[in-house]
Design a protein around this ligand. Structure first.
Ligand SMILES: *Cc1c(COP(=O)(O)O)cnc(C)c1O
Length: 457
């Protein structure tokens, strides 16, 4: 076996190391497009391929020009983390162990690490200790899990069993979402059969208005699911969670919270107030591949009542029933076969500890504040949002100029932010979600923006 695996893994580690050496200072944008990478890879399936190490060496040299340095501490596009070394290492072990992590009794090693990671997550995020946790691909699927549970449980309370009878012919489930929800909530709702939902008005920071939620709930009756947001991608703002949950519960609705990156505010004492009251919700979605900086893909679905989650998602195939006992990983997620993606979460939490997680999250928010302060000092730049968390939204004059500054920033290669639109204006959105982004890197980002503004003058 030594001869089969070790040279290949040694080569992979060397190639990965070469790539990661450039993380801090290499130019961010790719230099090759998809078609030229295909040319470099070779488009023909070989009759007989070369040795495994040769395949990897060729793969890396052909693909690298087409890689974007999302791992850079000055990559502020979308909401993207950069894998921490311990989590990347654990992810490699997961791949090497090659466990199909569906059942406790079959793969106890990785299930143990995942179950501890789940307990620790609930503790760090201030969620109920009895909640059930599923390790899914991302917040989109975590949102799907929460919405499916909400759909099924609110129908059950209305006397309809969706698991047995499906949705057609049953009561209609009202779905209420904030006007500034993330698009992935819409995707999840479509998959869950809830449709587009009724948008509830938001305030100037994108927070759902509780008076508007109360009105929307009063305008109808029957089963209802309300999706709240912890962390708006443009402003970083949190819906008024405590009040919104109270209003929704008073109307008998299920409450789900999309906190893909925002739930983590609960782990930092200086930011925890943003999540006040969120533990009273019924389900939550978050990502570990964003704020916690573990490799893709790593989302976390949390449901307060384990019975509800199992009723919606557990598989009851006869051969699986042979392993009856405590709930199995396959009872907590939509998938059956899957990698043990909770193991890198365990490793990241084990290394950081409670203080380390708090420091990580607070550090991201501090760097966002530093970027906002720096941008405010650039002539013509204007920060649109109250910077309460990790997101900064800025304009640089009219829409056209803002777009050109974004393009110049990207072309410069030193820092990258997302061109977007918010409240009818073109904006450049800076997200801070990388563990490497400290005050010095925030200053380099601001300097790169200053230069982009200068070249577009
Ligand atoms: C990123 C994000 C999502 C989607 O998460 P994925 O991990 O990409 O599926 C959902 N909601 C919010 C607020 C996000 O930032």
């Amino acid at each position: 076996m030594d001869d089969e695996f070790r040279p290949v893994l040694g080569e992979a580690a060397a190639l990965a190391g070469r790539w990661l050496d450039g993380v801090r200072d290499g130019a961010i944008p790719p230099t090759a497009d998809v078609e030229s990478v295909k040319d470099a890879l070779g488009r023909r399936l070989p009759g007989h391929g070369p040795a495994a190490t040769d395949v990897l060496t060729h793969l890396a040299s052909a693909v690298e020009p087409g890689l974007i340095r999302m791992h850079s501490p000055r990559f502020h596009g979308w909401v993207i983390g950069g894998a921490q070394p311990v989590a990347l290492g654990a992810d490699w072990l997961v791949a090497a162990w090659d466990q199909n992590s569906a059942l406790r009794s079959v793969t106890p090693g990785v299930v143990a690490a995942e179950e501890l990671a789940a307990e620790w997550l609930l503790d760090l995020l201030g969620l109920p200790g009895g909640a059930e946790v599923g390790f899914v691909t991302g917040a989109t699927v975590a949102n799907l899990v929460g919405l499916i549970c909400g759909r099924d449980e609110s129908l059950r309370r209305a006397g309809w069993d969706a698991r047995t009878d499906g949705l057609a012919g049953g009561p209609r489930v009202r779905f209420l979402v904030g006007a500034e929800r993330h698009g992935s909530v819409d995707s999840a709702a479509v998959l869950a059969g809830l449709g587009a939902g009724r948008p509830v008005a938001a305030d100037d920071q994108g927070r759902m208005r509780v008076d508007a939620l109360r009105e929307a709930l009063a305008d109808g009756d029957g089963p209802a699911v309300v999706a709240l947001q912890a962390g708006n991608v443009h402003s970083g703002a949190f819906d008024p969670l405590a009040d919104a949950i109270e209003v929704a519960h008073a109307a008998g609705a299920w409450v789900h919270i999309d906190g893909a990156f925002g739930l983590w505010a609960a782990a930092a004492p200086g930011l925890r107030h943003l999540t006040e009251g969120m533990a009273a919700a019924d389900s939550w979605a978050t990502d570990a591949h964003k704020t916690l900086n573990v490799p893709y893909d790593s989302g976390v679905a949390v449901v307060a009542d384990p019975g509800v989650l199992h009723a919606s998602l557990a598989q009851h195939a006869a051969y699986l029933a042979a392993y009856a006992g405590a709930s199995d990983p396959e009872d907590r997620v939509p998938e059956l076969s899957r990698r043990a993606r909770g193991v890198p979460v365990y490793a990241a939490l084990a290394q950081l500890g409670r203080a380390g997680v708090a420091g990580l999250v607070q550090g991201l928010a501090d760097a966002a504040t530093a970027i906002a302060d720096g941008l405010a000092g650039i002539p013509g730049a204007h920060v649109l949002n109250d910077v309460v968390y990790t997101q900064v939204c800025a304009t640089f004059g009219d829409d056209e100029r803002t777009r050109r500054v974004g393009e110049a920033l990207r072309a410069g290669g030193v820092a990258l932010a997302s061109p977007s639109a918010w409240h009818g204006r073109a904006v450049l959105r800076f997200s801070v979600s990388n563990w490497l982004t400290d005050a010095a890197e925030a200053a380099r980002t601001v300097q790169a923006v200053r230069e982009a503004v200068a070249v577009t003058a």
